[in-house]
Design a protein around this ligand. Sequence first.
Ligand SMILES: Nc1ncnc2c1ncn2[C@@H]1O[C@H](COP(=O)(O)OP(=O)(O)OP(=O)(O)O)[C@@H](O)[C@H]1O
Ligand SMILES: [Mg+2]
Length: 251
Amino acid sequence: MNNKYKMITLLEGIKVTKYFGGLAAVKDVEFKVGEKELVGLIGPNGAGKSTLFNCISGIYRPTSGTIKFNGEEITDLKPDEICRRGIGRTFQLVRPFLEMTALENVIVAARFGCGTRTSLSDARRSALDHLEFVGISEKKDKMARDLTLHERRFVEIARALATKPEVVLLDEVLAGLNPTETTEAMGLIRRIRNDLGVTVFWVEHVMKAVMGTAERIMVLHHGEKIAEGTPSEIVKNEDVVKAYLGEKYLF
Ligand SMILES: Nc1ncnc2c1ncn2[C@@H]1O[C@H](COP(=O)(O)OP(=O)(O)OP(=O)(O)O)[C@@H](O)[C@H]1O
Ligand SMILES: [Mg+2]
């Protein structure tokens, strides 16, 4: 292990396993995410990436294994308790309140997102700041149903950030974005870590983006972690190439 990984562990999984009936969607997965790291999580469709995020954020209770945050076990906590501890997330399928404006959507997260009530005026100020941070403040009064996919995703990120997390779990925030929007989103993900000091754990299929942005990558395949390392180590890893990346990445 090189010096870069001598980190303070923020989020940790020990033998995390989640079964759906007889299917192990996540199996004995061990992971560590350090304070202020920007870590990518990749793997084929159905590899268990979203399930792992759902276990971390309390949507699913793992069948077995332990999840720790800041050294404390959070495995059996409810989603709002986990959020309140400082774990924010986005969802693979964006689901804003369609009949609310972009700003109102973020206000709801700022005010109630983690189960703690913030005053309306503080929540409004925080929501405006976060819409500004993600770069769509000029769309603040648009109804969510009238926003483009790209704008909805950015509202989703603003909502996650408005809960004031220490770590944010981003689930495929680049899916369906065009190349310009993708570049913009990559810059945003870097700024979340660099400017806000928020740790980022990020599931992504857009390889160019995740390889060019994340400092460290973990790879899931059939629910198991098959590799982890720097992007340059991962693109050369034969198991990863075989399971997921394909020959074009082997150089
Ligand atoms: N609620 C559920 N009930 C039953 N099976 C599920 C459930 N959620 C996920 N699965 C199954 O668990 C496996 C892992 O799914 P998951 O959504 O975690 O994969 P993923 O890596 O996020 O895939 P993708 O890249 O397509 O989003 C799949 O076989 C999926 O069908
Ligand atoms: Mg998924």
